[in-house]
Design a protein. Sequence first.
Length: 434
Amino acid sequence: MPDTTETTNRFDALVIGGGIAGAEAALNLANMGFSVVIVEKDLSLGGKMIHLSKVFPTLDCSACITTPKISETARHPNIKIFTYSEVHDIKKLGENRFTAQIHKKPRYVKEDECTGCEACEKVCPVIVEDQFQFDLVGRKVAYIPFSIANPRVAAIDIENCILCGACEKACLAEAIDFTQEMEIIPIEIKAVVVATGYHLIDPVKLPNYGYSKFKNVVTAMQMERQLVPTRPFNTVLRPKDGKMPENIAYVLCAGSRDETVGNPICSQICCMYSIKQAQLIMGALPMADVTIYYLHIRAFGKGFNEFYLQAKSMGVDFVKGKVAKITEKENGNLIVRYEDVYKGKVKETEHDLVVLANGILANDGISEMFDGVKLETDPFHYVKQIDELANPTRTSIPGVFVAGAASGPMDIPDSILSAGAASSETASYIRRLS
Ligand code: SF4
Ligand code: SF4
């Protein structure tokens, strides 16, 4: 049975999501003197950004921006954080008065006792795919999610655990606790910020591109992890045979602007992250050729067009053409079949690695967190902005605000700006009605 905490915890604001937008909104509110509770579904704060190599168009180190902000959030005296937790039953009882339940899932490690020493990880005999490295390598079943995780606390992946007890014996802090159960924590808040972000399109849903069938077709996040300083290998390798690729193709709009997969809109970030990766590959593999197959290059932000031109001048080949199909040769190389738009011809080109710039989708289940009051979504399942131009962070529920990509595809600077706006609106709402 879940452990239910009797006392209700009171905060000014609930921030759902501990990625860059959630952290920014929470920090702003906390710095204004409000008490904030962040609920993050994953084991660590940091969202997608903490996994990136560099950011476009400045090529600044992503972790160098994310980690200080996340540490400041984690250490702030006005912020309480629940990781590996979900929000349920948000009820509006009146203006400035909401209740909700936090469901804190068991990680089978006492957070306050764990020192992050990794002893459990070293002795654990079971290896499974590491989702934080996008399945490029394995991880142990007793594990710290990734090197810069916050909190840096181990967890036991109970579904794959064989209950051998080795981790328990190795843990000098006696932090492992297989008796943990889900805790239900009731909270009362005055306002809510939804910063639930997005998820990447599953490329298996794009069968023409052969992801999962052809090992040398990878996603952009799998390439991103090969370009970060904490990369699993010390260079870029193709998965099938560990060979250094010499001729890499990017397929843009993989699952974006595509009615057939139910995502007719532009994901807004794929053109630019592909251009960024192409430049980083040219640094990591100076002899490699990089071709980007595109429909349109959407370089709309500050400095984006110059960044695109820089990639061109570095030698990245941009081919305007819709990729129809990818097939595999016996040696693992891939044949990309595409329509060359300028020449009006169907062509085929051989590459030894293909990267799918898979687009993004709204996260599911946000409306279902609310009980008795409806959080409206737009036709693409993002949180509906009721006044997109004048008040883009307001939602259909007064007192509930949206920050970052929960309201639609957006890049990092726009997510941070949106979080700033959401925190200002939240502060103003709480003050006005207090
Ligand atoms: S659970 Fe124990 S052994 Fe594992 S990292 Fe934490 S303190 Fe170390
Ligand atoms: S009990 Fe489970 S988590 Fe611990 S060492 Fe054994 S397999 Fe790994």
